[in-house]
Design a protein around this ligand. Structure first.
Ligand SMILES: [Fe+2]
Ligand SMILES: [Fe+2]
Length: 327
């Protein structure tokens, strides 16, 4: 029986690359979809493997900061919701690893790169979760930023990626609402609870804005990704849109954003915000954030502890394959 990876193995180089390129260009010009067996430029394949696998790693590593609070959720209801949310993130990781595999890179390779510290994932998940209110701030701001980023990806030109994003976005909407609702309840609670919610927003605001990636001037690959219909809007455009959204929503909470420079510029029609610390962003991406080593150590440990499950699943699959052959 063919494995998932073999099914989607990269086809042998076409005899005529020029014909392949022309067909590819026509699909992109038509704003239509590229599928796994279609010819695609090497750069397109590489860009997607990098983006989709980083996205998958982010979902998987992103389970950790919130899993940190499952045992300390303040009620059974909150615990059940948080458990469901963290499980959703595991599911997102799995859809995305499957989408990346259709480009010819085996999942084992992606996992090895992650636990060896060679692969990147979203910088946001290297920040600590200090209080219960952080579950609210993550849902509202981090999942909120993810939605802004990911809704346009539902139309990404690579079919398996776009289709995975449709389902993921539906679940992210629930994540954002549950986060907002945690903050709303705290904001209407005691003075100490309100303070806890404000403190969480203060800590997560800037890292959430940096989730959209470096400013456009400092994002050399963005233009090519937009030409390939992978990305639809630039980092800054998405970030500005997000700022406008949370600027209105924070009023409902009766709390504030730690940025007194947010304003809507009537002339440009864009939202503006205060400066962000891009050095911090680069440091965290380079592995020197507050929790990087802890997150990777935990992932490595979970991978090692799961070795027997993978071995048992492979042995079972081999046994089933033998039975099919005999029959
Ligand atoms: Fe997710
Ligand atoms: Fe989420």
């Amino acid at each position: 029986m063919a494995t998932q990876t073999e099914l989607y193995a990269v086809p042998a180089q076409q005899d005529d690359d020029a014909a392949g390129q022309a067909a590819f260009d026509a699909v992109i010009a038509d704003d239509s979809r590229i599928e796994p067996r279609d010819w695609m430029p090497e750069g397109y394949r590489k860009t997607l493997v990098r983006q989709v696998s980083q996205h998958a790693h982010s979902e998987i590593i992103g389970m950790q900061p919130e899993a940190n609070w499952i045992t300390r959720a303040p009620s059974l209801k909150r615990k059940a919701i948080l458990l469901a949310k963290v499980q959703d993130e595991a599911g997102h990781g799995l859809y995305l690893y499957s989408a990346a595999e259709t480009l010819g890179t085996p999942r084992e390779k992606m996992t090895e790169d992650l636990i060896a510290g060679k692969a990147r994932y979203s910088s946001i998940f290297n920040y600590p979760t200090r209080s219960w209110a952080d579950m609210g701030a993550i849902g509202w701001l981090v999942d909120g930023a993810a939605i802004c980023n990911q809704v346009p990806l539902c139309r990404a030109s690579y079919g398996p990626y776009g289709r995975a994003m449709v389902r993921i976005c539906k679940e992210e909407s629930f994540h954002q609402r549950q986060g907002f609702e945690i903050l709303l309840e705290l904001a209407n609670g005691t003075e100490a609870q309100k303070q806890m919610a404000q403190d969480a927003i203060n800590r997560w605001y800037a890292p959430a804005l940096m989730m959209f990636g470096p400013p456009d001037d400092d994002s050399p690959n963005s233009r090519q990704s937009m030409a390939w219909n992978i990305k639809r809007f630039s980092n800054d455009e998405l970030r500005q849109r997000f700022v406008g959204m949370i600027y209105e929503q924070v009023k409902v909470l009766g709390l504030t954003l730690p940025d007194d420079q947010i304003r809507f510029n009537e002339e440009t029609g864009k939202w503006e915000h205060g400066p962000l610390d891009w050095n911090e962003f680069k440091e965290v991406l380079a592995g020197r954030g507050p929790c990087n080593s802890q997150r990777l150590a935990r992932r490595r440990e979970a991978h090692e502890n799961g070795a027997w499950v993978r071995e048992a699943a492979a042995a079972y699959a081999a046994k089933q394959a033998r039975k099919t052959e005999v029959a």
